[in-house]
Design a binder for this molecule. Structure first.
Ligand code: NAD
Length: 428
């Protein structure tokens, strides 16, 4: 994310624009343009060398009108309250668009988790829960993994919460490991969901998916399964992915003349999404600057790393061949870049629709925790496809009916559902 970009200002500006178009009741708009609740807390962590490091933790609950707040916890060095606010707000719209009975929340810690030992990570995770456990829970607010956090961390957090409240409570957090209340299909959910929306977009645009080529930014959880799905479900290929190299402290774009092999690349990628560049070079992969992914001559761009990557400056590097931009990441496109897409007729699949697969299976995980009965992988993936397809078609219908850009249509669908819930609960 560039330093000049404030993600929360961007989220508010997107909301304000649609509120105006919708002639939204100013009282409803006033309630929704800020989070309902925000927490900032200190987490003192005993480090391996015996010293104590104080980290700042956040949890923001944007809205719980449609159900308990829901959203991930990010461990990222440049995490700020404003990033968490923006992400919490987008979660409200995401759950509404996907028609999941949950609200929007997000959490974070300003830390690079890769800089911590496993023991320090565990103490930080448990410390995060110790500070906030009174304000989260299966019926209040249900966190999940996001950038820099993983299933093992969710397992520790669930354990800490269960100990504090005195009962096994798997439903407090999703994205848990299998065997500890996790759901089959959660790992692939976001990336596969991205692919289902691309499939529907291509159908709408009368484009054959077979033989098309995509370029992806990132090679973490979302990007890896989007790359695998692009190949397996759409019959296309992925020209390149990019990643942050922790050793060199810079981003690279990595490509192969025959298209990348996502399963092979996954086998040489660490848990932080950093690819072993020496092993990749040895097998014919080419490394370029981290920004190269955006200017590739491809049909589909899938930004799946960080916010603000498609902006006023980078949008002009996009090839005229690009027909679809599928936002795997949250907030990858700035309002300036949106204007360019509208002018050039690029079909955008907005983040909170495109990457809703993760929260959809997180919701399935909570449902399975409540039932204490677990579904097969096929059952989860089939239900995910149905939810994503229905959500895409709902937004597309709104976009055609109101003759608006897909992001605006997604906001219209989401805001309409949230405001209806506010009315039904007597808040307006
Ligand atoms: P991750 O931590 O697993 O992976 C992030 C990837 O981005 C890594 O490969 C990293 O090397 C790469 N990266 C970081 N900085 C980069 C840079 N400057 N240039 C190129 N690559 C860079 O994260 P993730 O879970 O895949 O999440 C990615 C995005 O998707 C985030 O915006 C997140 O909020 C969003 N998202 C994630 C999920 C989920 O279920 N994991 C769900 C919805 C949305």
């Amino acid at each position: 994310m560039t330093l000049s970009l404030n993600a929360f200002k961007m989220a508010q500006s997107q909301f304000d624009g649609v509120a105006k178009q919708l002639n939204l009741d100013p009282q409803a708009a006033a309630m929704l343009r800020w989070p309902t609740r925000e927490f900032r807390f200190q987490i003192p962590v005993k480090m391996d060398d015996g010293s104590i490091n104080v980290f700042f933790g956040y949890r923001v609950q944007h809205s719980d009108v449609r159900g308990p707040s829901k959203g991930g916890i990010r461990f990222h060095a440049s995490e700020t309250l404003d990033t968490v606010r923006a992400l919490a707000m987008w979660m409200t719209w995401k759950c509404a668009v996907a028609d999941i009975p949950l609200g929007g929340g997000k959490g974070g810690v300003a830390v690079d988790s890769a800089s911590l030992s496993i023991g320090e990570q565990e103490r930080l995770c448990r410390g995060w829960i110790d500070q906030i456990y009174r304000n989260i829970g299966p019926r209040q607010d249900v966190p999940a993994p996001d950038v820099g956090t993983n299933p093992r961390m969710m397992g520790w957090m669930m354990d800490e919460y269960s100990k504090l409240v005195g009962e096994f409570t798997p439903g407090v957090i999703t994205g848990k490991p299998l065997g500890s209340g996790g759901s089959l299909g959660r790992t692939e959910a976001t990336g596969f969901g991205v692919i289902y929306t691309i499939r529907e977009a291509m159908k709408h645009l009368n484009l054959e998916t077979k033989g098309t080529v995509a370029a992806i930014q990132g090679f973490g959880n979302v990007a890896q399964y989007a790359a695998i799905g692009y190949d397996q479900f759409l019959g296309g290929s992925v020209a390149c992915v990019s990643y942050w190299d922790r050793e060199d402290q810079k981003a690279y774009t990595i490509s192969h003349k025959d298209g990348i092999d996502p399963i092979f690349l996954q086998s040489i990628t660490d848990v932080y999404g950093t690819i072993d560049k020496d092993k990749a070079r040895d097998t014919g992969y080419i490394l370029e600057d981290g920004s190269a992914w955006i200017s590739k001559e491809v049909d589909v761009l899938i930004p799946s790393a960080l916010e603000g990557q498609v902006n006023a400056e980078t949008v002009h590097k996009i090839s005229g061949q690009v027909k679809v931009v599928a936002e795997g990441a949250n907030g990858p496109t700035t309002p300036e870049a949106d204007e360019v897409f509208k002018k050039n007729g690029v079909f955008n699949i907005p983040d909170f629709l495109c990457n809703a697969g993760g929260v959809t299976v997180s919701y399935f995980e909570g449902v399975q925790n409540d039932m204490n009965f677990y579904w097969s992988h096929d059952e989860v993936i089939t239900k995910l496809d149905q939810k994503m397809t229905t959500a895409f078609q709902g937004v597309l219908k709104m976009s055609e009916r109101e003759n608006v850009y897909m992001r605006d249509a997604a906001y219209m669908v989401a805001i309409d559902k949230v405001v209806k819930a506010m009315e039904l609960r007597g808040w307006l």
